[in-house]
Design a protein around this ligand. Structure first.
Ligand code: UD1
Length: 338
């Protein structure tokens, strides 16, 4: 069966999705996007020329069927990627990230599509037992977001074993860069800090700021998504993709303040429950099987991102208007402090 001729990108209007759409179109691929614009329409301008855009939800079987017509490869990126938030909206999280994914998978199988790329996350590992985490590390997610990503990895494995799908599972770390939402208070520490500083407000740090992440610049995750398709050794064989450079959130805040020339000091509030303290991953497998090498340093990536954000200008944070478990929402979110 052929692959990578006509592709579907779910969440193609989002941060990662829109960059992937441009990359695939540049390679001459026919691209269809399925997106419900839950994350807004800000990135539409970047992809309009590169894809046929269908407005719809992955939770709708009809929308999935329509979007999958004639497609041979699926890149499933659509998700509500907010770990901290998923703790207090577990039902919303499961509907989007799990039921939506299963609906898409079901219709992909019914349409006889085999090649299915899924963007999973380092959050499936939970609290690391040793660092860096490689793909054999036990999967014990610490939050509902990680649970749904892990569960969908299992669905893919099962339908692979039933001979119905060739899954490629890519586990990303903390991705940042242009087009990531500036107005979302729940996710993406880099754009949140930049947006606050543009408003001359200090970055707010959850906890002591010594939590560490391997912040990864957007262009360093796009190519492997494409290169993985057709690699026999990586079918149903999850792989870590991301940076090897690891920074604390405190260092991140101080660096962004300095780069933006602001006269501010980070403000500290209690830690977010279920926040993993330090996590970064081993990418030996990606180096070996995909010849993978992250190219952009955190410093360079921050420069590009700040340059873009300054062009966009400051944005008002958009809060969700409900909590499913109010007691578990961090006070900063309840007070709309960001
Ligand atoms: C991120 C990813 C998630 C991925 C996970 C892997 C994003 C948007 N989410 O979640 O998809 O599965 O990494 O670890 O990239 N923080 C502050 N102040 C703020 C915002 C955040 O101190 O205003 C802190 C958080 O408490 C956390 C760190 O910064 O310790 C990173 O937060 P965030 O960008 O939301 O990402 P993760 O929760 O790590």
């Amino acid at each position: 069966m052929k692959f990578l001729d006509k592709v579907l990108v779910t969440g193609g209007c989002g941060f990662i999705g829109s960059h992937l759409v441009n990359y695939l179109a540049n390679k001459g691929k026919k691209v269809v996007v399925l997106d419900n614009f839950a994350g807004g329409k800000a990135n539409l301008k970047y992809i309009e020329k590169d894809a046929k855009i269908i407005r719809g939800s992955i939770e709708s079987r009809n929308a999935c069927r329509k979007a999958l017509k004639g497609v041979d490869t699926v890149f499933h990126i659509a998700a509500h990627a907010a770990e901290g938030q998923s703790v207090f909206v577990p039902i919303f999280n499961a509907k989007t990230n799990l039921i939506g994914s299963i609906t898409l998978l079901t219709e992909a199988i019914n349409s006889r599509i085999e090649d299915f790329v899924f963007t999973s996350t380092i959050a499936v590992y939970g609290r690391p037992k040793k660092l860096p985490v490689n793909e054999e590390h036990p999967l014990q997610p610490e939050d509902p977001y990680g649970i749904t990503k892990k569960a969908f990895e299992d669905y893919l494995r099962v339908y692979y074993e039933l001979g119905r799908i060739k899954p490629y599972i890519v586990r990303f770390f903390n991705v940042f860069g242009p087009r990531q939402r500036l107005d979302d208070p729940y996710r993406g520490v880099v754009p949140i800090f930049i947006n606050r500083i543009m408003q001359n407000k200090p970055p707010i740090i959850f906890g002591d700021g010594l939590q560490k992440r391997a912040f990864t610049y957007i262009t360093d995750i796009i190519e492997p998504l494409y290169k993985i398709v057709g690699k026999k050794k990586l079918i149903n064989n999850p792989i870590n993709i991301g940076n090897t450079e690891v920074w604390s959130v405190k260092r991140l805040a101080e660096t962004i303040i300095k780069k933006m020339g602001a006269n501010l000091k980070p403000e500290f509030v209690p830690r977010r429950k279920s926040d993993v303290k330090v996590i970064y991953a081993d990418i030996t497998k990606a180096k070996k099987l995909l010849n993978y090498k992250p190219r952009v340093t955190i410093n360079e990536g921050l420069d590009y991102t700040i340059e873009w954000a300054l062009r966009e200008g400051p944005k008002k944070f958009k809060y969700m208007d409900y909590f499913e478990i109010e007691k578990l929402a961090h006070s900063a979110y309840k007070k709309k402090q960001l």
